[in-house]
Design a protein. Structure first.
Length: 98
């Protein structure tokens, strides 16, 4: 899961996703990004750890960088899930979590 640790709602989102991961018996890898320069290292870790997919947290910073994140996911052939329709329009998979 890609998160911005500076966003106030991140802890709530992480708690919900960690609970779901535990219930499903899957391991959650948390990748942190607070600037554009954090994306390449985050994706390198994602690939190195052989993660099966990427969940992008709902966050204004990450949303504003959706094109970059979508491009990296496509380049690395990583299935990714996003919250907003705009991500699907930009080429990502659209997923609403409420």
């Amino acid at each position: 899961m890609l998160v911005d640790p500076n966003y106030p709602d991140t802890e709530r989102q992480l708690t919900e996703v960690q609970e779901a991961a535990l219930a499903l018996g899957v391991q959650l890898l948390v990748l942190k990004a607070t600037s554009e320069s954090d994306f390449d290292p985050a994706f390198a870790t994602l690939i190195q750890r052989q993660a099966g997919a990427l969940l992008v947290a709902s966050d204004p910073f990450l949303f504003s960088r959706r094109d970059q994140i979508i491009a990296l996911a496509a380049r690395h052939a990583v299935p990714a899930i996003y919250q907003f329709r705009e991500n699907a329009v930009s080429g990502g998979v659209d997923e609403l979590w409420n």
